[in-house]
Design a protein around this ligand. Structure first.
Ligand code: ADP
Ligand code: MG
Length: 701
């Protein structure tokens, strides 16, 4: 069956076109005005919208609606309510009121709140986010009208990922508009645009189900390297196999129905690894869409006999998965504030926004670092394939040159242009190359007309990094606007602010190889922080400087930040705890018994060969059995230790102390258990090994 993209695109979305068509003109207008002004919707209009939404959803086969929200678990939550309203005569009407659309009240006591809400104060509210369109979630067994909502406590504290994101977008909007007014521009809004590239692995479902580590933790906790890894680079952009294409076709179709502009798909560097990128959208919608991308990938994979692994590091020794958060700012008139134009050196407005971002990244590097911290991302950041844990900015040759001119002489007078590309064959086109090459190792790279934050983990909600990015840029723009609004000579003041900012923050610029060891030393000389792991990063959230900036712009209260830090420690501890228990389980019930069986079979072989009286050389068997025994003993010793320290960890004070213990002791002991087990995998005969190998998982998808 061939897909009619035009027909299905957005077919499950209650988008602007649908509303325009179905709502009475006056209701539509009122709703638009309300969104524009950020005001409350009047109840009558809410009733009209709710009614039409319900009618539309029922035509699509929906029976239930759900306030769809993003609690601090990082995944989405939904509680389904049927549209039914039973009547006294035994029949039912189908109803959905404005009240039900605008506000929900899930009993929310089981969602993480980091101490913000005591269990006796279980009330939580969901509130309609009318800036992100409602949609129908269609799965083989349900059709649900989903209404994107924010989720907060009885006292109004944010308990989700959406609320702070919307607040941070507002802060950026206010400050960026102040700056643009100084340039004589009359814009109503500035909105961050975001495009999230998502990496993931696909593995065979039957094999997945044979591995408890994948089932319980999303990553492999044991596994020897296969003879071939990714060294041949033959997977990257390689031809996509048929059944993976089957997945991609279905996946795209589902995303298109949801109005998600899935555009690029390709094989990634690691075997079995792939990437999908939608076309960028405004920050809030891009965030909702990325949640749906992750959810849909998992569902569709399952439907075609695969499993989708979103974990940042499913396999040791093989590239992990990240999420590139492409970020820029756009006015309501459609101007991208990060577009340098043809002559960046003369584009003072662009240069001001550019240096503002450099300063924000330099001053709040710690916050960006914590915004990309997950237990899984610890395996990735700083490892060989990923951006290092040190935050720096790549500008590329063209801007680097402009910046140097600014630092040297206070003004920039020229911009490098891309050279002509001449392939040397008359039948191929010549074209002008970009003025700037790409740099794959930078954690924060300027790529033409946007910045690309590459540290973000593949499982994460992109709300986290964007809340930070929007807020810290808002803060710097606010400071600059304060100064420029006071100035008597705007041009002069603008010139000075650009020059002084770049001089003060040039240390954050690094155009070299971020993977090289020399960079670590160089970064230390420059005084750039190198925060190696999540547990070390969490504290960045609650420094006085962090609290001040978030409170000033109304993004987080101190209490909300404390709660988020608490949840991060908790998440870390719980994650490692589950991993440790899973390792113990697999070691005890699968790997050790299988090894003993194999060891016994070797012993039997030795006995039988000896018994036959032919003086057969049994040195191979004895060498093997010795190696097996040695590793078996090592495994057993580490197993006992892991059991002890995992128990000990549970008795620690929860929060930072416990998280640190998991990191320093439990996590380290897990490595001690893994090493001999991986040795054993190379010794024990394949048929006796109880779980699919790395080779089975990633080369035989
Ligand atoms: P690459 O892999 O080379 O980084 P992709 O095409 O895979 O490029 O992804 C680039 C992402 O950046 C896409 O999601 C794209 O829509 C997004 N993007 C492009 N321009 C902007 C912009 N101005 N602001 C935000 N995101 C953008
Ligand atoms: Mg990219």
């Amino acid at each position: 069956m061939k897909t009619n993209v035009k027909e299905i695109f957005g077919s499950n979305v209650f988008n602007d076109a649908v509303m325009k068509e179905r709502l009475p003109k006056s209701a539509y207008k009122k709703m638009k005005a309300m969104i524009e002004a950020g005001a409350d919707l009047d109840p009558e209009v809410a009733d009209i919208i709710a009614h039409e939404m319900k009618e539309w959803a029922i035509e699509k086969g929906a029976t239930h609606y759900s306030h769809w929200f993003q609690p601090l678990t990082g995944i989405t939550a939904e509680k389904h309510d049927a549209f039914i309203d039973p009547q006294s005569d035994g029949t039912t009407l189908l109803r959905f009121s404005g009240k039900e659309l605008v506000k929900g009240e899930p009993d929310a006591s089981s969602f993480p709140s980091g101490g913000l809400r005591a269990t006796f104060e279980a009330r939580g509210y969901t509130a309609w986010d009318c800036t992100s369109p409602a949609f129908i979630k269609e799965t083989p067994h349900s059709t649900i009208l989903c209404i994107p909502t924010a989720f907060c406590s009885y006292k109004g504290e944010a308990l989700d990922k959406k609320t702070p994101l919307l607040r941070s977008m507002q802060a950026l909007d206010v400050q960026a508009c102040r700056i643009l007014r100084l340039f004589g521009k009359n814009v109503k809004h500035v909105t961050p645009s975001v495009g999230a590239e998502q990496e993931y692995f696909l593995v065979d479902k039957k094999k997945f189900l044979k591995r408890k580590d994948l089932i319980f933790t999303g990553r492999t906790l044991f596994g020897a390297m296969p003879p071939k890894g990714q060294e041949m680079d033959d997977h990257y952009f390689g031809t996509i196999p048929e059944h993976i294409l089957e997945f991609m076709e279905k996946f795209n179709e589902e995303l298109w129905k949801l109005g998600i502009s899935a555009k690029t798909q390709h094989n990634e560097v690691a075997p079995a690894q792939h990437e999908i990128a939608p076309i960028y959208d405004q920050n809030n919608i891009a965030t909702d869409h990325n949640q749906l991308v992750m959810e849909t990938a998992q569902r569709v994979a399952d439907e075609v006999g695969l499993r989708c692994l979103l974990h940042e590091k499913p396999f040791n020794g093989i590239n992990g998965s990240g999420k590139h958060d492409n970020w820029s700012m756009c006015t309501d008139k459609g101007e991208n504030l990060l577009d340098p134009g043809k002559r960046p050196h003369e584009n003072m407005q662009f240069l001001l926004f550019l240096v503002a971002i450099l300063r924000a990244v330099d001053e709040y590097a710690g916050l960006l670092r914590v915004s990309a911290s997950t237990p899984g991302n610890d395996h990735r950041l700083g490892a060989n394939e990923a951006p290092p844990a040190i935050i720096s900015v790549f500008l590329g040759e063209q801007l680097e040159d402009v910046v140097e001119q600014l630092i040297d002489s206070g003004t920039a007078t020229s911009s490098l242009v891309g050279e002509k590309y001449d392939p040397g064959v008359s039948s191929l086109p010549t074209f002008r190359k970009d003025a700037t090459d790409r740099n794959r190792t930078s954690p924060f790279a300027f790529t033409g007309n946007k910045f690309e934050f590459r540290m973000v983990g593949s499982t994460q909600s992109i709300s986290d990094p964007n809340v930070v990015l929007n807020t810290i840029v808002a803060e710097v723009l606010c400071d600059m606007a304060d100064e420029l609004e006071k100035a008597t000579d705007f041009k002069m003041a603008l010139h000075d602010i650009i020059k002084n900012t770049i001089s003060a923050h040039k240390r954050i610029i690094f155009n070299g190889n971020g993977y090289a060891d020399e960079w670590i030393e160089e970064a230390e000389r420059r005084g750039l922080p190198n925060i190696k792991c999540m547990v070390d990063a969490v504290g960045e959230f609650v420094t006085p400087k962090s609290i001040a900036v978030f409170e000033k712009h109304g993004v987080f209260t101190a209490a909300e930040l404390e709660s988020r830090a608490e949840i991060m420690y908790e998440t870390y501890a719980k994650t490692i705890h589950i991993e440790a228990l899973t390792m113990i389980d697999m070691a005890k019930k699968q790997i050790i018994p299988a090894t003993i069986k194999y060891q016994t079979s070797l012993a039997e072989s030795i006995n039988e060969l000896n018994a036959c009286g032919l003086d057969i050389d049994i040195s191979v068997q004895t060498t093997l059995i010795e190696a097996v025994t040695k590793n078996l003993k090592a495994m057993h010793k580490a197993l006992i230790k892991l059991e002890e320290v995992t128990k000990e960890a549970e008795s620690k004070e929860t929060g930072e102390v416990q998280a640190r213990y998991y990191r320093d002791v439990v996590f380290a002991t897990m490595a001690e258990l893994r090493a001999p087990a991986d040795e054993l995998e190379m010794l024990v005969e394949k048929d006796s090994w109880p779980i699919p190998s790395y080779g089975d998982l990633i080369f035989e998808v």
